[in-house]
Design a protein around this ligand. Sequence first.
Ligand code: 13P
Length: 280
Amino acid sequence: MYKNLRELFKENEGKGAIGAFNLHCFEMLPAMIEAAEENNVPIIIQTSLGTAEYIGFETLIAAVKSLAERSNINVCLHMDHCKDIDAIKRAIDCGYSSVMYDGSSLPLEENIKNTREVVEYAKERNVSVEGEVGSIGGAEEGVVVSQNDAAYTKVEDALKFVEATGIDALAVAIGTTHGQYKSKAKLNFELMNELRNSLNNVGLVLHGGTGVSDEDMKRCARDGMKKINVGTELNKSYIEEVNKTFPTATPLTSLRKLLGPANERMKEIIIEKSSLFKIN
Ligand code: 13P
């Protein structure tokens, strides 16, 4: 079934975290849903605005809905890290079931004001909203450059933000970094526990899943996170596989044969990660 994030959180209560995997091209989509089906877990397919524009909003949404309706698991289509409110409204109007407004680089009050606008628009249309407080940041060449304490989510800011906006999910900065694939992050579990204990009405979200060890993933899913994002690891593995198959191709080789191994590898990763996120 095609669901929003709020519905997924409710149905997954007590079962750990839900995996949110970044889709980069259309070809990846069926394999992602098949992986979740094999593991019998819900899945969040998330895209950047760039991917939505590349595939086409209507085409992407129609395909996700069609696959979801024919599936025995729940599927949510989520717009990841969008800073453009008009684009978010377009995603909602076209049929995304969930969106993220990322105002984390703005002063808190402005972040609250913009996120509220998105929440008001989304709620009327049964779409869930993720917001962000603190700064998760990116990595250079896959390695985190510096771990900056000042960027951690402050509990009092998070509390104020959640109360003032009414969001469904909150991305928090506890030491992870996007695109960190050469090393593992050092997570601040004390902060995660404090955030979990202070924020009851919102699902906490861990970004930068590629840089998190299996052991830490399990701990996050068990002790507080409701959504865990993994992107770079899928993209990186996909590239590794097509780099093996494409050099062997002739003009008569069907493209599907060249992409098959990449889809299989991606499925294996999603199955593996989803298993770490399950607690029951
Ligand atoms: P990684 O690409 O580091 O796995 O992070 C994904 C993510 O958090 C998307 O928002």
